[in-house]
Write a protein that binds this ligand. Structure first.
Ligand SMILES: Cc1cc2nc3c(=O)[nH]c(=O)nc-3n(C[C@H](O)[C@H](O)[C@H](O)COP(=O)(O)OP(=O)(O)OC[C@H]3O[C@@H](n4cnc5c(N)ncnc54)[C@H](O)[C@@H]3O)c2cc1C
Length: 374
């Protein structure tokens, strides 16, 4: 618990986006007793780090959606922020409601295809049903193709082959090396070895040229994926897409103009303040910081932003965010994993221990002040 701060009545921190960054900021503000409003389009936090396990294991999805209202009560507001008004210091929701801020934390993150990401404005119950529905499709399928061999794609292929070793699983990736470019070559090679050992077929250095014409996430017989280089056609009855994350910039791109990088991320200074604004911070995937986009980093950013808000209220010097050597753990199914910690190779045993999906998820439930459902 942080120590409670006595603040002026005019202080209200607004956090736009309740992902890993936004909820970490909310938890810290709550523990310091600083008034805040967390705004998100959904009614529940989605623990998307465990979304791939929820795609293969029946009933797991219920553990990956945590109600905001139960954690933050009246400090949560459901709605989509469509505009930030710098003159009046308000965020404007789609419903036209305006929420005044003394300090603003922008944590709108990124969007990508289901099942890795789930950024739809539907109820928690419907979201859970969609994941449980996908598990049923996976169970019906014989030949599953995963498109995209970044960190999400390799984890997806490994989860599938771990729980359903009898199914044909093919991973198609546009590059020859798998997982994130920021990982050491030996880590990327181990990822490849694990997938081959599990029996995943790898098609590397090829793009799927007809993905737009194919049905995703639903079993359909005799689907054919065409490649951009080889004439070979890959057959599938279920296709899962793990490519193409995009930064959610729509609510701020107009107002910050020059301070938005070409990928849509907000340029920030060392204190994580949006350049030119000392009461506006950007954290997580939507902050333009040269490091892998990760939940782990989003929570580190949140700590810096909240500390700096407290320091600015108490007239202390601001703290600085420094990117460290890469730490990234990949779960390759329930029983395997690989990664690096502070730049050092971490083998199977340690990663499996450190990154059991259940441990990760239950830690988040605790941080949000709730008990994980059985
Ligand atoms: C399949 C997968 C597995 C991953 N595994 C790991 C892992 O093991 N470890 C790790 O560290 N990272 C992992 N990552 C990366 C991690 O998920 C992201 O880096 C992290 O989610 C970023 O957190 P964030 O808070 O910046 O944004 P997000 O988690 O994307 O959250 C943004 C939130 O903002 C809301 N929002 C967006 N726009 C608006 C708006 N206009 N108004 C209101 N609300 C809005 C969204 O609804 C969402 O809730 C994984 C990513 C994927 C896709």
């Amino acid at each position: 618990m942080g120590s409670k701060l006595s603040v002026e009545g005019s202080v209200q921190v607004v956090i736009v986006g309740g992902g890993f960054g936004g909820t970490a900021a909310a938890n810290q503000l709550k523990s310091h007793g600083i008034p805040f409003v967390l705004v998100d389009i959904k009614d529940a936090f989605h623990h998307n780090v465990a979304a791939l396990r929820a795609s293969v294991e029946s009933g797991f999805a219920r553990k990956t959606f945590i109600s905001y209202k139960d954690s933050y009560q009246g400090s949560f507001k459901q709605g989509r922020v469509v505009r930030i008004d710098l003159r009046t210091q308000t965020v404007v929701l789609e419903s036209n409601e305006e929420i005044h801020f003394s300090h603003l934390i922008i944590a709108t993150g990124s969007d990508g295809p289901f099942p890795g990401k789930f950024n739809q404005a539907v109820t928690k119950e419907l979201a859970i049903q969609m994941y449980d529905g996908l598990v049923k499709e996976v169970q019906k399928a014989n030949a599953v193709v995963v498109v995209g061999g970044g960190s999400a794609g390799v984890e997806m292929a490994a989860e599938l082959k771990t729980d359903y070793p009898e199914k044909e699983v093919t991973l198609i990736h546009s590059k020859t090396a798998l997982a994130d470019a920021e990982l050491q070559p030996c880590v990327r090679q181990t990822v490849k070895d694990i997938l081959l050992r599990k029996g995943v077929r790898l098609v590397l250095g090829q793009r799927v040229s007809n993905l737009n014409e194919l049905t995703l996430n639903k079993v359909e017989e005799n689907m054919e994926l065409r490649l951009d280089k080889d004439a070979e056609v890959i057959a599938a009855d279920l296709i899962l897409c793990c490519t193409g994350l995009k930064i959610n910039s729509s609510c701020y791109i107009d107002v910050f103009g020059d301070d938005v990088a070409s990928n849509g991320a907000l340029k920030v200074n060392d204190h994580l303040q949006v350049k030119g604004y000392n009461n506006i911070y950007a954290i997580g995937d939507c902050a333009d910081i040269n490091e892998p986009k990760m939940a782990y980093h989003a929570s580190l950013h949140a700590k810096i932003a909240v500390t700096n808000i407290i320091h600015s209220l108490t007239e202390k010097p601001l703290v600085t965010y420094r990117t460290g050597p890469v730490t990234m753990l990949l779960s390759m199914g329930r029983n395997d994993g690989v990664g690096q910690f502070n730049g050092y190779y971490l083998g199977r045993f340690l990663v499996t221990l450190a990154k059991s999906r259940d441990v990760f998820v239950s830690k988040t439930w605790k941080e949000m002040g709730q008990k994980m459902p059985k």
